[in-house]
Design a protein around this ligand. Structure first.
Ligand SMILES: N[C@@H](CCC(=O)N[C@@H](CS)C(=O)NCC(=O)O)C(=O)O
Length: 305
């Protein structure tokens, strides 16, 4: 997949993300600038996102852009399947990079000239004026786009604590929990992570019985951050990551809630189920050696308005 040391790209995987227990751990993002700081003013038309449709962390940033109507932020979409160069772009078409014309995300990291060291992840928020990366941490990008630009307030002051509490639980046991299940390398680590996924989904399903949204009557960042995992659940995680105690569509409250989010203006345009399958079932020596993509399941998201 590749990594970078002092701005130089290397193929292969040096940074092991598997702990001795067989549990899998996500490495931390390190580019953490902030729109609104003196160096990165909140100007319309100044910023660009590098994403991949299938990446759930990138999906958060696309949702924020869509829900707040931030079309002035332009976007480059990488191809669903990574290769030895990591996330790559075509020369033209829907997976081309119209901004810098690069053929791989690692070239975005080196174009910044900050001698980056670490993994080459999406999303990346880019400042077109200075030719610099603002951030490669999706949680920060969601927050700063919300705070710096107009549109619905996804993180209102009065709900901050409640949003943060949901985020902590959902990040650990659901957003990243499905990856801890899917990438575990022992039975015990897999079972622990997979059970945690369903404990939290069960808890949310019960909560939604008498609350329209996680924090009551208002759609917030907590709902936004849950959605990418729900959108990928039945088509990818259920099977590819063995999170198969239940399907999302089995849940009495969670499933209609997910469809209500999908029906919000702009949201369905951030979702590509075909690409989720292609990405999560791409050939992987450990998880799917032949790279065969399943034909199902059939899920109807279209009844949630
Ligand atoms: N903390 C990052 C994580 C992003 C992340 O892990 N992205 C994955 C794709 S879903 C990636 O680009 N991985 C490439 C790699 O690790 O080599 C964020 O939330 O922004």
């Amino acid at each position: 997949m590749g990594y970078m040391v002092e701005g130089v790209y290397h193929e292969g995987d040096d940074v092991t993300q598997t702990l001795p227990s067989g549990a899998w751990e996500r490495s931390r993002s390190t580019v953490r600038n902030w729109i609104g700081d003196a160096t990165f003013p909140a100007e319309a038309g100044r910023y660009h996102l590098f994403v991949a449709w299938n990446c759930p962390w990138a999906h958060r940033t696309l949702l924020t852009r869509a829900i707040k109507g931030l079309d002035a932020i332009t976007v480059s979409y990488a191809k669903p399947n990574r290769d030895a160069q990591g996330w790559i772009f075509d020369a033209e078409g829907e997976f081309a990079d119209p901004l810098l014309g690069v053929r791989a995300v690692h070239e975005v990291y080196s174009a910044d000239q900050m001698r980056y060291t670490g993994r080459l992840t999406v999303p990346v928020l880019w400042d077109k004026v200075q030719g610099r990366m603002v951030s490669n941490e999706s949680a920060d990008i969601v927050r700063m786009l919300n705070a710096s630009f107009d549109g619905a307030d996804l993180y209102p002051d009065g709900l901050a604590d409640e949003i943060n509490q949901w985020n902590d639980l959902i990040y650990d046991t659901v957003n990243n929990g499905v990856y801890r299940a899917g990438f575990a390398s022992t039975q015990a680590a897999y079972e622990k992570a997979a059970h945690q996924v369903f404990e939290t989904l069960d808890r949310i399903d019960a909560h939604l019985a008498d609350h329209p949204w996680l924090c009551g009557n208002q759609f917030t960042e907590a709902d936004l951050r849950l959605f990418p995992t729900l959108a990928r659940f039945d088509v990818a995680y259920h099977y590819a990551f063995r999170c198969n105690l239940k399907k999302l569509s089995d849940y009495v409250n969670l499933w209609p809630y997910a469809k209500r989010i999908y029906a919000m203006p702009g949201v369905s345009e951030t979702v590509r189920f075909d690409i989720y399958k292609q990405g999560y079932f791409s050939a992987s020596e450990k998880r799917n050696p032949l790279g065969i993509v399943p034909i199902g399941p059939m899920v109807d998201w279209g009844t949630g308005a």
